[in-house]
Design a protein around this ligand. Structure first.
Ligand code: NDP
Length: 244
């Protein structure tokens, strides 16, 4: 029987690439999506081309009841979840002076509380199985900070604290919990930046380029595999050397 990986925000960007990469490794895939669109069908088709199953569940990670419902659906479908990737995330950038309270709250709700909401549903399943991998997608700015991103940086720094604390709680059950801190990765999230800004950012990255979703997905593959069975509570930086 194939192992099962569940990825939140799995229909585009980094989440989609993670789903495809784990599908190539032979995992049956469950993806969560918030918005119904053509990307969902396209992603499903691409995953299934790897001769594995793809089961899609709708819901907003910031809504606790949605998470209860969609995790239950995944478990009813596959019987278990071996790997959870908390990937869904948003930005609402603004200098603090002008940031609205709702924009601070929305980003914390999706990125940090969403990670709690989904993990809370999945942990009992992994505890029972006495094994599991949880991989949380943080960000370089959760460690370094970034002007205009107090909300986003706080959410991503929170994910790091969450990761380390949970890793300590569940290590005895052979559940490994790690975070990945990507730098600037080419997706819709960074496509909104002006070309000059992107060039300026790339110039300051030691490897002189923005990252690809695949760069992050390959590290998820490693953290899901037996090769990383002695790694827990860590933050792996995938940022071309931006932060050393
Ligand atoms: P995208 O904006 O391309 O994709 C975000 C994904 O998250 C979409 O699938 C989106 O679904 C989903 N999502 C957003 N809000 C919710 C929600 N409330 N419930 C369920 N799903 C939701 O982003 P990236 O692929 O670039 O980012 C993926 C992760 O990586 C995020 O956590 C991001 O913070 C992190 N990251 C990205 C970096 C980058 O440079 N791109 C750098 C560092 C970290 P929908 O299509 O329905 O909106």
């Amino acid at each position: 029987m194939n192992k099962t990986a569940f990825i939140t925000g799995g229909t585009r960007g980094i989440g989609k690439q993670i789903a495809l990469t784990l599908a190539k490794e032979g995992y049956d895939i469950a993806i969560n999506y918030r918005t119904q669109n053509n990307e969902l069908e396209e992603t499903k088709k691409e995953i299934e081309q790897n001769k594995v199953q793809c089961f899609a569940v709708q819901g907003d990670v910031s809504n606790y009841e949605d998470c209860e419902k969609f995790v239950k659906e995944v478990v009813e479908h596959y019987g278990t979840i071996d790997v959870l990737v908390n990937n869904a995330g948003i930005t609402k950038d603004m200098l603090l002076m002008r940031m609205k309270k709702e924009d601070f709250e929305d980003v914390i709700d999706v990125n940090l509380i969403g990670t709690f909401n989904v993990t809370k549903q999945v942990i009992p399943i992994m505890m029972k199985a006495r094994s599991g991998r949880i991989i949380n997608i943080s960000s370089v700015v959760g460690v370094s900070g970034n002007a205009g991103q107090t909300n986003y940086s706080a959410s991503k720094a929170g994910i790091i604290g969450f990761t380390k604390s949970l890793a300590k709680e569940v290590a005895s059950r052979n559940i490994l919990v790690n975070a990945i801190a990507p730098g600037f990765i080419q997706t819709d999230m960074t496509a909104i930046l002006k070309e000059e800004i992107k060039e300026e950012i790339a110039k300051n990255i030691p490897l002189k380029r923005m990252g690809k979703a695949k760069d992050v997905a390959n590290v998820v593959k490693f953290l899901s595999s037996e090769d990383s069975s002695y790694i827990t509570g860590q933050v792996l930086h995938v940022d071309g050397g931006m932060l050393m």
